[in-house]
Write a protein that binds this ligand. Sequence first.
Ligand SMILES: [Fe+2]
Length: 311
Amino acid sequence: MLSTDLEKELFSVIPGLENAGEVTEVNAADLNQKIFYEQWVNKNNPCVIRGACKHWPASEKWGKTDFWKSAIKNFDLYVSNHRNFNDSERQNSGREKKSFHEAIDEIFSQGTSILSIPAEEIHPNSYYQPLNADIAGFTFLPNPPKPRNYSEKRFFLYRGASTAWHYHKADETLMTQVVGSKKVMLLSSDLPDPERTIDFLENERQLEGKKLDSYLKFNSYIVEVREGDALYIPPQWFHAVVPVDMNAGLTLAYCWGSPWHKLGDLGNYFTRKLYRELIVPVNRYTLLIPFLGSYALTMFLLYRMGLNRGY
Ligand SMILES: [Fe+2]
């Protein structure tokens, strides 16, 4: 089941890995906004959408070095030469400054070393603005609201690099494989022993020789997201992402705002944790948060009564 070293290193920290389930597959052509929200987004369950970005001009263009060199200015940036870590000290220890075009040449060459340009935002004032012309959106998500926490579009260009265990505190995400394939392991948000599990995963305690208790029961899922697909990653679901080979790959994380009712589900550990973190330490939004929470709770109750569709 575990094929690459990175897969072994990251996925095997979860007890009961051998019981991991499969993520439901949906064809983009069979999906519309109503089905997408009612079956997946509103229920906060992941699905892999085959062929979600096949119609994008990016699918044709972004796998070629010539495209990157002609479309994007040759500025200097930091590239990461390890698998990518959550801890900033570890992360920064293995990075080097290169020109963008030099990094592109290296990532797309047939080498065996790990290299990545992690989490670059595509916004109107960035060097990457020309990429917007090649992103054609999703047929099943016609008019999504702006994200509240993340930028709308950020990309990850890599060869052999992974993303360590993390979760998105807010916002919905379509992890879109424009170039290459990746394997993703996800953990349902009903985590066992959530406080200690979150601490373990976020701080990568396995690097200190620690282990999660073997009796903990996780609802875990593994899926291969192939070129042209998008994986819907709900907020609150931990996930780790590994490449399936040493070829160049590009992932676009497309984010949009969660329906309000999901922010009103106060029975959920992660939702309560989010509000605690928004209120303490005291900041300029502290007084506003209880009002937003009350609004979200109202929307949650209306959703439960069938009076709020979420989109
Ligand atoms: Fe993520």
